[in-house]
Design a binder for this molecule. Structure first.
Ligand code: SF4
Length: 346
């Protein structure tokens, strides 16, 4: 494979094939790039497109984000999932204010010292915003490289990832413009060299692709063994008045940390019986609907109940006006529960 032939084909292709995305502006702003990179990790582009501008309107600068409370940041992040990233972005903004007077640093080393910034994000900002020859590797880039080199090996193994970083570094050093090249690799993986059914007829680097020549594109990378998902059973109880609903806040660590939810009983072995809800203090529980929510590590079976609202608000619960729920951090699963209960519109 010829490094220069590959990088120049890819850069030319990107100039006319890049998707129009809100963070892709002619002059890249470091703060916008930081926010977009954190949002894009583990979340679909279409969902990020919806949430990106409203988040930036709410927190228009590093300083504004650093000054916000964690609850405000989590609320603005609602719908993007994986809320740990929102906390990391918030901590990162505070560190940029403390260490760099609110200005995102342009050096790869300084970027890497910031909380929440790993090698990928540091490389993305250093190359795409500041034009440095810093490589980036994520799942998309690794898959493209494995196919180009016709390597039928598991994608997530440490040896594979180390190899991908070395290859990405060689390519970014051979390219014309690191910002264009890095984004083009990501774009190719996201839109053409996709996990299933790569669109090789539309691929700008097909002449350099070992897997295409060998007829192995569909079998690279090797599938990773699937981790066994644990079951969790949740009984969520709706207790409302005309204008408000009772919610609890989850603990500050663990799954859905710090987020608001309907009062919920959880167990791992089996679903709850209605009598157990009565024992837990919920009067006259009536089952409304059940649904399954699947995460990377869990299969969560939700049962939604309606119960009579207590005359006195229990200590661990707070009344929240229904009109203000969009200012709270609420997981997608609990949003669905609130819609099932008719509290939020479908
Ligand atoms: S030719 Fe096909 S498999 Fe090879 S890089 Fe292009 S899209 Fe991927």
């Amino acid at each position: 494979m010829n490094n220069t032939a590959l990088t120049s084909s890819l850069e030319r292709w990107f100039a006319t094939n890049a998707r129009d995305l809100p963070w892709r502006t002619t002059h890249r702003d470091p703060y916008r790039s930081l926010v977009s990179e954190l949002m894009l990790q583990q979340t679909q582009v279409s969902r990020v497109v919806e949430k990106f501008e409203p988040f930036l309107e709410r927190f228009p600068s590093v300083a504004a984000l650093a000054e916000a409370t964690e609850d405000e940041v989590l609320a603005a992040w609602s719908g993007l999932g994986y809320y740990r990233r929102a906390r990391l972005l918030h901590t990162c903004a505070k560190a940029i204010v403390d260490r760099h007077e609110g200005v995102v640093p342009d050096s790869l080393d300084e970027l890497l010292k910031l909380p929440g910034i790993g090698r990928y994000t540091a490389g993305a900002i250093a190359s795409m915003v500041f034009g440095q020859r810093a490589p980036i590797v994520d799942g998309n880039v690794t898959r493209v490289l494995l196919r180009v080199h016709n390597k039928p090996i598991p994608q997530a193994d440490k040896a594979t990832v180390d190899w991908a970083w070395q290859r990405a570094e060689a390519l970014v050093n051979a390219c014309d413009d690191p910002a264009t090249f890095n984004e083009a690799m990501m774009e190719l993986g996201a839109t053409v060299c996709v996990p299933k059914g790569p669109r090789c007829l539309q691929c700008p680097i097909s002449a350099e692709c070992g897997a295409l020549a060998a007829g192995t594109t569909e079998s690279i990378p090797l599938p990773k063994p699937r981790a066994k998902q644990k079951h969790l059973y949740c009984a969520s109880v709706v207790m409302r008045s005309t204008r408000s609903v009772l919610l609890e806040q989850r603990p500050g660590s663990g799954m859905w940390a710090g987020m608001f939810q309907l009062p919920t009983l959880e167990r791992e072995d089996r679903a709850h019986e209605p009598g157990e809800l009565v024992e837990a203090g919920f009067a006259d529980p009536e089952h409304i609907e059940s649904f399954t929510h699947v995460t990377t590590h869990r299969i969560v079976e939700f049962a939604i109940y309606r119960a009579s609202a207590p005359t006195k608000t229990p200590e661990n619960l707070r009344k929240h006006p229904i009109g203000s729920l969009d200012t709270l951090a609420i997981s997608n699963a609990q949003m669905k529960a609130l819609r099932i209960a008719g509290i939020l519109e479908s």
